[in-house]
Structures are given as structure tokens and as C-alpha cells.
Ligand binder design. Structure first.
Ligand code: HEC
Length: 157
């Protein structure tokens, strides 16, 4: 009797150990992140100057923050290279240049929360030129902006 119950016990223990191995499987399951940042676009090597007047305004008023390459400064000044603000709606970009921008924005997968000063002291033609310059350089390819479009947004405020 005693011998048999030891055998039963051993069989029981073996079964218990075998079962235990299956439990370690399902633990490394992690949800796939939905927030994978987009890969950075390749910067163009040298900006092609499509608009001399616009480049002058850029070099005087924008370059200090957004840099000569348009790449900005990480965590401080966002890039002007293939961003939705630069290549997107012209009216929104005119508004940003005229009135500045504050608060949290996401640019090419990076979050910025800083202050861009207003540039409403620039003339309509200067704003049009600088925006046209940015939209056709730094690897961007968005349509030009006219002084009339700038004037319309300035007076709408
Ligand atoms: C004093 C620094 C500074 C200057 C000068 C400046 N910006 Fe900005 N700019 C910023 C900052 C900071 C932001 C982001 C603001 C935020 O976090 O809400 C920004 C945002 C932008 C954006 C929208 C985001 C993006 O990167 O696409 C555009 C477009 C832009 N600036 C264009 C210009 C142009 C054109 C000029 C020159 C007329 C200019 N900026 C001058 C600091 C500056």
C-alpha cells in the first residue's frame, strides 16, 4: 500500500511540473505602439534660392530661430522642412508669420511648446516673399503666396 501511494505521488508531481511549463508563455505580450514617429525626411543638400527677396527677409527675420538650413533647433525651434504648416494651407502659414504662434504643436513627430513672435511689421510683399521662399526651398515644393493673399488675411483680423 505504502509503495503504491508513493508511485501515485511521483506521477502526480511529474504531471504538476509538466503543466507548469505552459504557464510562462503569454507574458511578453505587449501592445504595438500606435505612436511610432514618422521617419525624418531627407534634407535637401543645398537650398536652391528661388526667390532672392524672400531669402533676404528670411536671413534677416527667421534664420536666427529656424536656421539657414530650415532645420530649426531640436526641442526649441521647429523645422521648416516638409512640415504640414509650411506645405499645407497657405492662409495658416500667413497667419503664423503675421501673428506668431504659441502653445503646443507637433511638427514632424516632435512636440514644441514655445513662442514665435509676430511679424506683422513686415509689409504684405515681404511676408509673401518670405513664405514663397520657404515653401520653395529646404526641400519644400508648395505654391507661391501673393501679397494680395497676405493683405486679405491681415485685414480679416
Ligand atoms: C524668435 C524665434 C523665431 C523667429 C524669429 C521665427 N520663428 Fe517661426 N517659430 C518659432 C517657434 C518657437 C515656433 C513654434 C511655436 C510653438 O511652439 O507654438 C515657430 C513656428 C513656425 C511655423 C510653424 C511650425 C513649422 O515649423 O512648420 C512656421 C511655418 C514658422 N515658424 C515660420 C517662420 C518664418 C517664415 C519666420 C520669419 C518671418 C519665423 N518663423 C520666425 C520661432 C521663431
Amino acid at each position: 500500500m505504502k509503495y503504491q501511494s508513493i508511485i501515485v505521488l511521483i506521477i502526480f508531481l511529474l504531471a504538476a511540473c509538466g503543466g507548469g511549463q505552459e504557464q510562462t508563455q503569454d507574458q511578453n505580450h505587449q501592445p504595438k505602439s500606435m505612436l511610432q514617429p514618422e521617419p525624418e525626411p531627407e534634407p535637401e543638400s543645398e537650398p536652391v534660392v528661388a526667390n532672392e527677396a524672400g531669402k533676404k527677409v528670411y536671413d534677416q527675420y527667421c534664420v536666427v530661430c529656424h536656421q539657414a538650413s530650415g532645420q530649426g533647433v531640436p526641442s526649441a525651434f521647429p523645422p521648416l522642412v516638409q512640415t504640414e504648416y509650411v506645405n499645407g494651407d497657405a492662409g495658416r502659414m500667413i497667419d503664423i508669420v503675421l501673428n506668431g504662434l504659441t502653445g503646443e504643436i507637433e511638427v514632424n513627430g516632435e512636440v514644441y511648446n514655445s513662442v514665435m513672435v509676430a511679424h506683422n511689421f513686415l509689409s504684405d510683399i515681404e511676408v509673401a516673399d518670405v513664405i514663397t521662399f520657404v515653401r520653395s526651398n529646404f526641400g519644400n515644393d508648395a505654391p507661391a503666396v501673393t501679397a494680395d493673399e497676405v493683405a486679405a488675411i491681415r485685414t480679416a483680423q
